[in-house]
Design a protein around this ligand. Structure first.
Ligand code: PMP
Ligand code: GLN
Length: 375
C-alpha cells in the first residue's frame, strides 16, 4: 500500500517544467535567477583544491556549527549549545521531514495551518501521523480559537511558518503571546517553526521563536541557507532544538543522510565571515517595489504581504478559470509562470489567486510586468 497515495509531482516541478517547455518567464518555483555573490564563488574555487571532500561529522562541520551559534546569538540573543542543540541538514526540507519522522508517532495528530507549504503534510503521513488542517483567518493571521479547538489528547506537534509561504504574512507580538498562552496549558505539544525566510521582511521585523523563552523548550526551528544565501540548489539548512528533542532528531538524521554535502558546508562557513544578512531585505524590498509598481495598474489585484520573496495576487477580474487552469494558460498563452494558490490548501480550494516569485533579475521582472499589464 502506498504511504502517499495522493502525492503527485510537486506543483513547483510541474510549473517550472511547463515554463521551460514554453520558454515562459518563470516566476513560479521559489528560487533566485540572479548570479550568486562573486565572493561565494571565489571561496568555492579556492577551497576546491583543499581537503574538504570527505564526510563531515554527522551533525555538521564544527566550524559551521560555531558560526551558526554566533549568528543566532547576534540575531536573536540566544545561546545554543553546538554539541547538543544544532544540526546541519540537507536543506530545510530534510530538516522538517527528519523532525517530523523522529518525533511524531503512529496515530499522533499534527496541526498544520491552511494554506501551508507542501512538504509538511506528506512528512506527517510518512511518519504515520494524522495531519489536522486549520484555516488561517482571511488575512492569513493565525486563528487561535480554531487552533485551540483542534487540540486533543493526540496532538503532538503544531507547525508554523514565519514569514509565510505563500502569503508573506508575519506573526506579530500578540500572535506569539496568544500561542504561548495556549501552549502553556498543553505541555506535551511540540512546535516546529519553519523560518526559512527569516531575513526577508518588509513591514515589521520577523519575530523568531529563538527569541521566545516560553516556547524554545518545546520548539524545533528550521532555517535554510538556500534562501538566505541565494543558493537553493546547494540544499544546506539547519535545525535548532533543545537537547532531548535534538537527540531523537539526530538518530533519524544519521540513518537518513548521515552528513550533509561537505563542500557546501566548508564554503558557507567561510562565506559567513563576510556576508551581510541586513542587506537581504533591502535587496528584496527593491525587487518587490519594482514588481508591485509594475503591475499596480494591471487587472491583477495585489494582496497585502509583509515578507518572503513571494507576492500573491487575485485574478478574478481577468478570468473565471480555476487557478491551476489559469496558471497553465498564463504560461502557454502569455509566457509567464506562477503558482496556483489552491495547492497550499488541503481541499485545493480555488480562490482565484496566484503566487509570483520576485527573486529575479530586474530585467526578468520588467519583462514579466510588461506582459502582465497587457492581460
Ligand atoms: N519551508 C518553506 C516555507 C519553503 O518555502 C521552502 C522552499 N524553499 C522550504 C521549507 C524548503 O527549503 P530548502 O530548499 O532549504 O529545503
Ligand atoms: N520552496 C519553493 C517554493 O515555494 C520550492 C521548493 C521546491 O521546489 N521544493 O517555490
Amino acid at each position: 500500500m502506498s504511504k502517499l497515495p495522493n502525492a503527485t509531482a510537486s506543483i513547483f516541478s510541474v510549473m517550472s517544467q511547463l515554463a521551460n517547455k514554453h520558454n515562459a518567464i518563470n516566476l513560479s518555483q521559489g528560487f533566485p535567477n540572479f548570479p550568486v555573490d562573486e565572493r561565494l564563488l571565489q571561496i568555492h574555487e579556492r577551497l576546491l583544491n583543499e581537503n574538504i571532500h570527505q564526510y563531515t561529522p554527522m551533525a555538521g562541520l564544527p566550524s559551521l556549527l560555531n558560526k551558526i551559534a554566533s549568528l543566532t546569538n547576534k540575531n536573536y540573543q540566544r545561546e545554543i549549545n553546538t554539541d547538543t542543540e544544532l544540526l546541519i541538514t540537507s536543506g530545510a526540507t530534510q530538516g522538517i521531514f527528519t523532525t517530523i519522522n523522529a518525533l511524531v508517532n503512529y496515530g499522533d495528530d499534527v496541526l498544520i495551518l491552511d494554506p501551508s507549504y507542501d512538504s509538511y503534510e506528506p512528512s506527517v503521513l510518512v511518519a504515520g501521523g494524522k495531519p489536522v488542517r486549520i484555516s488561517l483567518n482571511d488575512d492569513y493571521s493565525p486563528n487561535f480559537n480554531r487552533i485551540e479547538a483542534a487540540i486533543t489528547a493526540k496532538t503532538k506537534l503544531l507547525i508554523i511558518n514565519n514569514p509565510h509561504n505563500p502569503t508573506g504574512k508575519i506573526w506579530n507580538e500578540q500572535d506569539f503571546e496568544a500561542l504561548e498562552t495556549i501552549l502553556e496549558k498543553y505541555e506535551n505539544i511540540l512546535l516546529l517553526s519553519d523560518e526559512v525566510y527569516e531575513y526577508i521582511s518588509f513591514k515589521h521585523p520577523h519575530i523568531s521563536v529563538n527569541t521566545r523563552p516560553k516556547l524554545i523548550n518545546r520548539a524545533i526551528i528550521a532555517s535554510s541557507f538556500g534562501k538566505s544565501l541565494h543558493v537553493t540548489g546547494w540544499k544546506v539548512g539547519y535545525l535548532i532544538a533543545p537537547e532531548p528533542l535534538m537527540k531523537e532528531i539526530k538518530k533519524v538524521h544519521q540513518f537518513l543522510v548521515f552528513s550533509v554535502n561537505s563542500t557546501a558546508q566548508h564554503v558557507i562557513t567561510k562565506y559567513l565571515d563576510i556576508v551581510n544578512f541586513d542587506e537581504i531585505s533591502t535587496m528584496y524590498a527593491n525587487k518587490r517595489a519594482l514588481f508591485l509598481e509594475g503591475i499596480q495598474s494591471s487587472c491583477f489585484k495585489i494582496l497585502p504581504s509583509e515578507g518572503t520573496y513571494f507576492q500573491v495576487v487575485n485574478y478574478s477580474e481577468i478570468s473565471n478559470k480555476n487557478d491551476v487552469e489559469f496558471a497553465k494558460e498564463l504560461i502557454t498563452k502569455y509566457g509567464v509562470a506562477a503558482i496556483p494558490i489552491s495547492v497550499f490548501y488541503k481541499d485545493a480550494t480555488d480562490k482565484k489567486m496566484l503566487r509570483f516569485c520576485f527573486a529575479k533579475t530586474d530585467e526578468t521582472l520588467i519583462n514579466a510586468v510588461k506582459i502582465l499589464n497587457n492581460i
